[in-house]
Design a protein around this ligand. Structure first.
Ligand SMILES: Cc1cc2nc3c(=O)[nH]c(=O)nc-3n(C[C@H](O)[C@H](O)[C@H](O)COP(=O)(O)O)c2cc1C
Length: 369
């Protein structure tokens, strides 16, 4: 019977355990160029004992940006900076995928080149605050993407996938969750188009399908995963029939044979309703590949999910922020450090690379206890 410490094979990658690090935006990149900083090298290296690290969401182009200081993966300078990170993780025996991200309407003109409007399936403003250089501002009214915008954005995904490969990542995760661009095309609150990219479920899935095809032109499908949040409402997203929509999405993903499906089952601070649990359970049943679960999992829940074969791996988010050595702490039953929310998205090295590792003395106490 597999548990959290059992290695997992995924295409050419062998992960040493099933305690994965969830994608976590930490806003420590250079804001002018979107280039990862040296501080980020240290942060990811510290967490190389995860079976797999999924990088923080990383914008595929300047138009994909929605927050200050988030990193990009679209220039040669980004490749060079990410290469330092992937090398550091590999030299400590870890694996790392790049989460490819476009925020769509969750942005503000202050964050975009030449003060442009954010891109979205439809010109519907998000009831969400964007974090800009001038503080919090309501997201700008977006521009409904033209066919040309769609074609350009698909090319940007392809370019980012190529750059992620050059940067030495072990694979990529397509971010289609949490109310960002790909999620906006899927759900009918945000997609009110009347062309072949809107209306029916089949049409709303088209953009995601084309993005997957572009990314799989660059990467073998056994190194391409996807993140979905079918029951989520983060970033003002909603759909009138999530079970039908995501059943069709999963059917498409099965056809494309992506290597894993990663779902956000629960959101920080929110419980799960019976209805949402039902939807997630039905969707997991339909999926043929590896399943990675996320959201409010602790050690025990994670063990239960893997042992019962409900999930193949668990992605831990906040526990990895404050515990760089999380797998070791799980293994020996040690206490966890508490994450400091005030430094999630700011604070330089504080609350980023200064969380303590277990010392040898702590190990002994944990084992004796
Ligand atoms: C500080 C912070 C940053 C996050 N950034 C991302 C991100 O870049 N991409 C993403 O898909 N989810 C992001 N999330 C969501 C997490 O990946 C995860 O779904 C959530 O924290 C629930 O998992 P947990 O209970 O293990 O923390 C973020 C969450 C937090 C708290």
């Amino acid at each position: 019977m597999a548990d959290l410490f059992t290695p997992l094979k995924m295409g050419p990658n062998e992960f040493k355990n099933r305690i994965f690090m969830a994608p976590l935006t930490r806003s420590r990149a250079d804001d002018d160029t979107d280039t990862p900083t040296d501080m980020m090298v240290e942060y990811y290296k510290q967490r190389a004992s995860a079976g797999l690290i999924i990088s923080e969401a990383t914008q595929i182009s300047p138009m994909g940006k929605g927050y200050i200081k988030t990193p990009g993966i679209y220039t040669d300078a980004h490749v060079a900076a990410w290469k330092k990170i992937t090398d550091a993780v590999h030299s400590d025996g870890g694996k790392i995928f790049c989460q490819l991200w476009h925020v769509g309407r969750i942005s503000h003109s202050l964050l975009l080149p030449e003060g442009e409007k954010p891109l979205a399936p439809s010109a519907i403003q998000a009831d969400v605050q964007a974090y800009t250089s001038e503080g919090e501002q309501q997201c700008s009214i977006p521009k409904a993407m033209t066919k040309e915008d769609i074609t350009n954005t698909i090319s940007e995904y392809k370019n980012a996938a190529e750059k992620a490969k050059e940067a030495g990542f072990d694979g990529v995760e397509i971010h289609s969750a949490n109310g960002y661009l790909l999620n906006q095309f899927l759900e009918d609150k945000t997609n009110q188009r009347s062309d072949e990219y809107g209306g029916s479920i089949e049409n709303r899935i088209r953009f995601l399908t084309e993005v997957i095809e572009a990314v799989c032109d660059v990467w073998p499908k056994d190194q391409v995963g996807i993140r979905l949040s079918p029951t989520g409402h983060f970033n003002d997203i909603d759909d009138s029939d999530p079970l039908s929509l995501y059943s069709a999405v999963i059917e498409m993903l099965n056809e494309k044979e992506l290597t894993y499906l990663h779902m956000v089952e629960k959101f920080p601070g929110a419980d799960i309703s019976n209805k949402d649990f039902y939807i997630l359970t039905e969707l997991i049943k339909k999926w043929d590949g590896l399943y990675m679960a996320n959201g409010n999992y602790n050690y025990m829940d994670g063990q239960d999910a893997v042992r019962s074969e409900r999930a193949d791996a668990i992605a831990y988010g906040r526990p990895f922020i404050s515990n760089p050595d999380l797998p070791k702490r799980f293994k020996i039953g040690a206490e966890l450090n508490t994450p400091d929310e005030a430094t999630f998205y700011q604070g330089g090295e504080k609350g980023y690379t200064d969380y303590p590792f277990l010392q040898e003395a702590d190990d002994k106490t944990a084992v004796a206890a």
